[in-house]
Write a protein that binds this ligand. Structure first.
Ligand code: 0O2
Length: 225
């Protein structure tokens, strides 16, 4: 048992390093936008390393051999960016595409084509080299970019999925699909409201110069999902 624990701790370590590193990188981008006093597309950055039970469940569901888990499961390291507007989701995607430290090899656009469940989000899956004490280790990392409305829907549906062991009763599934359609029209309406506001939409920025304590606040603001 101890050996098994040690195995998973060491297996997950590079993913933890990657998630921690990317939360800081994206928080830094958010901060840069705020300081530059331009529209900031990044509202909330969070991340998680997939739990062992969820990794094993997914491997079984997708029929992935135990030894092929690192190549076969893309979301062991997950970074989530929540945005105000759909347009911001694609702006964040472009920012990620232009980075030199990741190599995006798969894009799943569940906004243009929502899942049958009603799930909407943009997923970018990338190769990333983690620098470990034993050298460079390539891993997959998944970026999920979504609006607050998409996030509200996904977190409630996710809780229900766990509650019902992935078998949500049909009647609730149908209501979730309807709720997803309502979230999509809310996003569209927010986009229309934004375009009528035009150039007024600039995030509130501080009036005074930042001080050193800000740095601490910045690190404390790192959230887990
Ligand atoms: P955890 O460990 O609970 O966080 P899938 O077969 O659905 O797992 P797919 O469609 O290839 O996989 O998606 P992908 O890109 O591997 O990402 C899986 C993650 O995306 C999920 O993690 C969720 O965070 C999110 N996701 C994908 N589909 C749905 C959905 O229908 N509803 C919700 N709420 N979230 C979804 P897990 O599996 O929840 O893992």
């Amino acid at each position: 048992m101890i050996n098994e624990n040690l195995y998973w701790q060491s297996f997950l370590l590079p993913y933890e390093l990657a998630v921690g590193g990317f939360i800081i990188k994206l928080e830094a981008m958010r901060k840069e936008f705020l300081f530059k006093k331009v529209n900031n597309p990044i509202e909330i950055v969070s991340g998680r390393v997939k739990s062992v039970s969820s990794i094993l469940e997914k491997a079984e569901r997708l029929n992935i051999d135990f030894n092929h888990i690192p190549e076969g499961i893309y979301d062991i390291a997950g970074i989530r960016v929540t945005c105000k507007y759909i347009e911001d989701v694609y702006t964040v995607a472009d920012l990620l595409k232009s980075r030199k430290d990741i190599d995006i090899f798969l894009i799943k656009d569940y906004i243009k084509e929502p899942k049958a469940s009603g799930y909407r989000s943009l997923h970018l899956i990338a190769k990333y080299n983690v620098e470990t004490v034993d050298g460079r280790m390539p891993i997959n990392i998944e970026f999920q970019i979504r609006t607050h409305a998409m996030h509200l829907w996904a977190s409630i549906e996710h809780t229900l999925k766990y509650k019902y062991y992935r078998h949500i009763p049909e009647e609730i599934q149908e209501r979730l699909i309807q709720a997803s359609i309502i979230c999509a029209s809310l996003d569209d309406e927010m986009t229309r409201i934004k375009s009528t506001m035009g150039s007024v939409v600039v995030d509130k920025v501080r009036e005074t110069e930042p001080d050193l304590d800000e740095m601490e606040v910045f690190l404390n603001s790192i959230k887990k999902w």
